[in-house]
Design a binder for this molecule. Structure first.
Ligand code: FMN
Length: 396
């Protein structure tokens, strides 16, 4: 993607990763972008860089606007390597003595990533930097989603460079929300569910702070995906809604199965849920990636997890999913466990205990069936689904 002007004198100069599919274990079916921004004022500022393999694209894009050597300063909103990997080459090219603005925790994280003696300028929360006609205000956003994270707000233009917040792993021909419309929201939701869900209290506080400060946003420029310019309020409202851990009339039945017994149970449980009016989606963990399942969990009222017993344990993919979901700390969920077994049958109890440890409400004891479920067993699964649906509706 070539450089493009997002507002007078302000350019998007980042790179598109059309083929990216695995982003540190998060599966993106739609690639991603590494956004970086160039502000051309009396001083020329570069906001963030790109993943290291994309630095040529970044430098070429900058060169379409100005000679990169004319960059006066760099702002690093976040040290994670998809935004900082290009820094060593960029700093080398533009001059290692050029000031590099970052948060206090950014300084610490930079030293642990780069071990360079760059001209670091640590900024405090609220500190301003004049570029000439424009002023950048820095807003610390610790743990959204790293300790070093910060936003940079261009006061006169009312443009927020929001680092990873409000981003989406999406590569497409569109550059702005008005070009893609509502089709961008599933990507933004997936990003939130998999990267930000565990920080919802901080997100709520940040939205309150920004509202109290009376900051207006004409444009929100995240470091991944499209830029929000038509209605930046829409993504802020979505974040506020998702931060409340919605428990919609919807259940995720997530499972793995070696010989289809747990699978038949999952499908019958979904049938029982649907019979009570709860939208239910059975998801096999070798057909759906954990990040897709987590996106469904975000606004589901119930999460029902199934596994056969394998060598006295939960099946590995189910364990993988449980560990992943536990780390993301979803709240307000009803949980339930089920599975087929042969002789010892530990998996159901193990899953039940894990969900309970996550503070899920557990209205039903786990449902275990030995080997292949018969008609009665399948009917018990439908009933199990119905009971969970009733518990979900009773709590709403
Ligand atoms: C390699 C292997 C190991 C197993 N280990 C156990 C076990 O430790 N305890 C147990 O109760 N069942 C064990 N089973 C039996 C399965 O749990 C049982 O066949 C179950 O019905 C499989 O459910 P599925 O069709 O959903 O995969 C094992 C099965 C296999 C293939």
């Amino acid at each position: 993607m070539a450089a493009f002007e997002i507002a007078k004198g302000i350019y998007s100069v980042g790179a598109v990763d059309w083929n990216g599919r695995d982003f540190h274990g998060y599966s993106t079916l739609a690639g991603t972008t590494y956004n970086a921004f160039l502000i051309v004022d009396e001083k020329i500022a570069l906001v963030d860089t790109v993943k290291s393999g994309f630095t040529d694209q970044l430098l070429a894009n900058i060169a379409q606007v100005v000679d990169p050597k004319k960059i006066d300063l760099v702002i690093s909103n976040h040290t994670e390597m998809d935004h900082s990997g290009g820094l060593p080459r960029v700093m080398h090219y533009i001059g290692e003595d050029k000031p590099l603005y970052l948060s206090k925790m950014g300084l610490k994280n930079h030293s642990l990533h780069f071990r360079q003696k760059w001209n670091y300028q640590v900024v405090e929360n609220g500190q301003e930097l004049s570029l000439g006609k424009r002023t950048v205000q820095f807003l610390e956003t610790r743990m959204l989603h790293w300790p070093d994270s910060m936003f940079s707000y261009l006061k006169e233009d009312k443009i927020l460079f929001s680092s990873d917040a409000f981003g989406q792993h999406y590569a497409g021909p569109e550059r702005f929300d008005d070009e893609i419309g509502d089709a961008i929201f599933p990507h933004a939701k997936k990003y939130f569910a998999n990267i930000l869900l565990l920080y919802t209290e901080k997100i709520k506080k940040l939205i309150d702070t920004v509202t109290q400060m009376g900051l207006e946003f004409k444009m929100i420029c995240p470091d991944h995906g499209i830029i929000w310019r038509k209605d930046p309020g829409a993504i802020i409202s979505a974040y506020a809604k998702w931060s409340d851990h919605p428990a919609d009339n919807k259940a995720v039945v997530v499972y793995d199965s070696m010989w289809h017994s747990t699978q038949s149970m999952a499908e019958k449980i979904a049938e029982g849920l649907a019979a009570e009016g709860v939208v239910a989606k059975p998801m096999h963990l070798r057909a759906s990636d954990r990040s897709e399942v987590m996106t469904e969990v975000l606004d589901a009222g119930a999460v029902i997890v199934g596994s056969p017993t394998l060598n006295n344990n939960v099946f590995p993919t189910v364990m993988d999913f449980l560990v992943y979901m536990k780390g993301l700390k979803p709240k307000n969920k009803i949980g339930a466990a089920f599975g087929s077994y042969g002789w010892s049958g530990e998996s159901v109890k193990d899953i039940h205990d894990t969900l309970e440890s996550m503070k899920f409400a557990m209205p039903e004891p786990g449902l275990k069936i030995q080997y292949v479920p018969d008609e009665d067993g399948l009917a018990a699964c439908v009933e199990f689904g119905r009971k969970i649906a009733k518990a979900l509706k009773a709590g709403q």
